[in-house]
Unconditional design. Structure first.
Length: 168
């Protein structure tokens, strides 16, 4: 596969595979997510709480259609750096926006969390799947920040996609 930075599979919950940022072919593209090497898009957290990060090019003005879901439930829509009800809180890093979510386990064994840049272009989505089956209760004092956001590496499928691109 050449010149492919992401793959989208339309299913009940959107499934995506993204090339790690350092290997992205078209870094000028604005309608994309930025996936760093240390991001785990498939998670099996130790505790019943985990963190997820969505990083993407844009400004507060250009990302009014950004929208995030937990399964079918909308978590937020639009972006803000403040605390506007219903909007996705982001931080600005240069020409990029970063949205983070800390979530607690539900009664479901496996859950899907995903954000669209704009639902009008559903292939522009980044999905996390979280397997809660072996997670323990949240410890007194909470889950350390590095355990929420510093989990392993990208999914093996994403890693394989990256490796395939260099076998040309």
């Amino acid at each position: 596969m050449t010149n492919v930075d992401s793959i989208y599979i339309n299913s009940k919950y959107p499934v995506t595979i993204h090339r790690i940022e350092q290997y992205v072919k078209n870094k000028e593209a604005k309608d994309r997510f930025i996936v760093e090497k240390n991001m785990a898009l498939s998670q099996c957290p130790k505790y019943s709480q985990t963190g997820m990060t969505w990083k993407f090019p844009g400004s507060l003005e250009s990302r009014s259609e950004f929208e995030c879901f937990r399964e079918e439930t909308q978590l937020c829509k639009g972006v803000t750096t403040g605390n506007e009800t219903g909007k996705c809180v982001v931080t600005v890093e240069g020409k990029n926006l970063i949205h983070t979510q800390v979530v607690n386990a539900s009664k479901n064994d496996i859950e899907f969390f995903y954000c669209y840049l704009d639902k009008a272009t559903p292939q522009r989505v980044l999905t996390y799947n979280v397997d809660w089956r072996n997670s323990s209760a949240i410890p007194p004092g909470g889950v350390p920040h590095e355990m929420l956001f510093g989990i392993s590496t990208t999914t093996s499928v994403a890693q394989q996609l990256t490796e395939l691109s260099f076998e040309e």
